[in-house]
Design a protein. Structure first.
Length: 210
């Protein structure tokens, strides 16, 4: 069955971050604390997957591939919050997306039958992914936390020309992305740097679009 997913990264004043925390931060932590999720993360960290283009011809990695795809799909608690099934008083568009002091700095990737976070994580690998704050693309950070985390985010998402070419090959093979749509290799770092310059916090959420 088909599905549509989205991953958004938006910058907010600290007052908005504080308002979101009882819902968003709690949902992120609940997904992070799931024992199955932690086992999947540890498995991927210890045994990176081969080139995505070989996945469907190499049955030896089937279990590891399924584990990675489950890890990088939207977590149940964040997903339920974003699609309205966990809290009818919370609406992503109204409570998050409509409260942007710098709308142009927002990053959004919408995909059919795929996940932007999965494509990014496979393209950059487990060591770089471990440098990113939060949990599997989901985070809620104050302006101070954004500034402190920026150097490690830059280490995760800045590439030499050769590294960028290899990462882009993996991303382009994974996602059906138009040429004029921002890459998952570029958008998150751009949004992070923009928030740091503007003195904003960040909210990142990955979810299924209902």
């Amino acid at each position: 069955m088909g599905f549509t997913s989205a991953w958004s990264i938006s910058g907010h004043e600290d007052s908005v971050v504080r308002e979101l925390a009882p819902r968003v931060a709690v949902a992120i932590e609940a997904d992070r604390a799931c024992p199955d999720a932690r086992r999947r993360w540890a498995r991927w960290q210890s045994a990176p997957l081969p080139d995505h283009r070989t996945w469907w011809t190499d049955a030896a990695h089937d279990d590891a591939i399924r584990s990675f795809l489950e890890l990088t799909s939207p977590g149940r608690h964040v997903d339920d919050l974003c699609n309205g099934s966990a809290d009818p008083d919370f609406h992503l568009a109204d409570d998050v997306w409509e409260r942007l002091p710098e709308p142009a700095e927002m990053f959004v990737s919408v995909q059919r039958k795929d996940y932007a976070v999965a494509a990014l994580f496979h393209a950059i690998g487990p060591r770089r992914a471990a440098l990113l704050p939060g949990w599997c693309g989901n985070f809620l950070l104050t302006a101070a936390q954004v500034r402190r985390a920026l150097p490690q985010v830059e280490r995760a998402l800045a590439f030499t020309p050769g590294e960028r070419e290899r990462a882009r090959e993996q991303e382009q093979h994974w996602l059906d992305r138009p040429d004029d749509e921002e890459s998952v290799l570029d958008g998150p770092l751009r949004a992070w740097r923009g928030a740091a310059r503007a003195g904003l916090g960040l909210c990142g959420v990955a979810f299924h679009v209902m």
